[in-house]
Design a protein around this ligand. Structure first.
Ligand SMILES: *Cc1c(COP(=O)(O)O)cnc(C)c1O
Length: 410
């Protein structure tokens, strides 16, 4: 298997990009869907921002280094990765905060269009927790009503009370994809707006927000975009809503003229109205490096490789006779850049793998999740990771008490 992997690596047009990342020696990192790896260029860029822009030029850098335009500039670079126009995307805050802004904006838009009775925000049970919690927060303020319907029941649940359909394109646990075209069309037909969470797809697979006429989207900077821990997130508002969509976190940076210091809030005419407070320039600068690198490699190329990597990983497991229960779709076209397996000892297996230098992750209660960030993984890593996984399970190594203890972050 290792021989075949080496042949595949030799013929891999993306193999050259591995060198552009700072990867720890001897580690196989299958968790790029949780925290992307560090691009080598990030340290140099941050050093420059620290020493020259902040250290030397200080406050002048808001103008001279273009800090003030950075949220829109980096948003504009993310736009082509997700099928958006540059002026429809901005980088700000976290995914959670952007969800709050855009759910609120959608509810207000419905109200303005003469549908004030529509308050239901529809999602699926088992969606990423923060998406559901943010709906609940608005519900506790009397502004929204949460409705959860299983995947198969979503279309039926789209009735005349639904204001917004909020779904995650690639499911964080299973990697299963929603058909964005079909669901967006169905929501619109029912008079609802749509907000897509692209956290597990942006930068990993082709997404076409305008192609499917999406209204709103959010996505994560620290996963496939390699922006670093807690990197700022991005938000998309379709051009047709830019003028009417208002969000309630009316901070000064979203004002039409922040430096007029007026007593009255007037939202910026464009996507800048999604800003709230002062943007974190260090985080934005690191994110820009990650986005540039992903854009240079190309999302289509990345997705093509990630499908090959995950299929090869499955073949390696099969050839070792390891029959794990796959909870991700078997058809690579139906899943994002990951494979998840169910095993009652998933947590301990994950810990035993980490002890061997294979970093995957565990998702409660019994899911073993492997992300295949194709920018820096090799086919040889797949063969090796499969060997380690088979050895850990066959030897019972994971039963060691040391692998049962749970840390705060799993
Ligand atoms: C990772 C992730 C988030 C992260 O939200 P933050 O507020 O940025 O921590 C949100 N939604 C989904 C689906 C995710 O996978």
């Amino acid at each position: 298997m290792l021989d075949r992997a080496q042949v595949l690596d030799a013929g891999d047009p993306l193999a050259v990009y591995r060198e552009r990342f700072d990867l720890p020696e001897g580690m196989i990192y299958l968790d790029g869907n949780s925290l992307g790896c560090l691009p080598k260029a990030t340290a140099g860029r941050l050093e420059e921002v620290l020493r020259e822009e902040w250290g030397r030029d200080l406050i002048r850098s808001w103008n001279t280094a273009g800090w003030i335009d950075l949220p829109a500039k980096v948003g504009g670079k993310i736009a082509p990765l997700i099928g958006a126009q540059p002026h429809e995307v901005i980088v700000a805050d976290s995914v959670s905060v952007n969800l709050f802004k855009l759910i609120s904006a959608a509810l207000a838009l419905q109200s303005k269009s003469g549908r004030p009775g529509r308050k239901v925000v529809l999602s699926e049970p088992g969606n990423f927790p923060t998406d559901i919690y943010m709906i609940q927060g608005l519900e506790s303020q009397g502004l929204a009503t949460r409705r959860l319907a299983a995947r198969e029941q979503l279309l039926a649940a789209l009735d005349e009370d639904v204001a917004l359909l909020l779904l995650t394109h690639a499911h964080y646990k299973t990697g299963e994809l929603f058909d964005m075209v079909e669901l967006t069309r169905a929501a619109h037909a029912a008079g609802a707006l749509v907000l897509w969470d692209l956290s597990h797809s942006g930068g990993a697979l082709p997404v076409d927000l305008n192609g499917c006429e999406a209204d709103f989207a959010v996505g994560c900077g620290y996963k496939y975009l390699n922006g670093g821990p807690g990197a700022p997130a991005y938000a998309f508002v379709a051009e047709r809503h830019l003028e009417a969509a208002q969000q309630p976190l009316s901070g000064w940076m979203g004002h039409a003229a922040p430096f007029a210091f007026s007593d009255d809030y007037t939202p910026a005419p464009g996507i800048e109205r999604l800003l709230c407070g002062t943007p974190g320039i260090l985080g934005l600068s690191a994110l820009e490096v990650g986005v540039d690198l992903i854009a240079e490699i190309g999302v289509e190329n990345l997705y093509a490789k990630s499908q090959k990597l995950s299929e090869f990983f499955r073949q390696c497991l099969a050839e070792r006779g390891l029959d794990l229960e796959l909870v991700s779709p078997t058809d690579p076209a139906q899943r994002g850049s990951q494979l998840s397996f169910r095993h009652e000892e998933a947590y301990a297996i994950c810990q035993a793998l980490i002890a061997r230098g294979v970093i995957g992750d565990f998702r409660d209660p019994d899911i073993l999740r492997f992300g295949f960030a194709p920018a820096y993984l090799r086919f040889a890593d797949m063969a090796e990771a499969a060997r380690h996984l088979a050895e850990v399970i066959e030897s019972g190594e994971y039963r060691d008490a040391a692998f049962q203890e749970r840390a705060a972050v799993t």
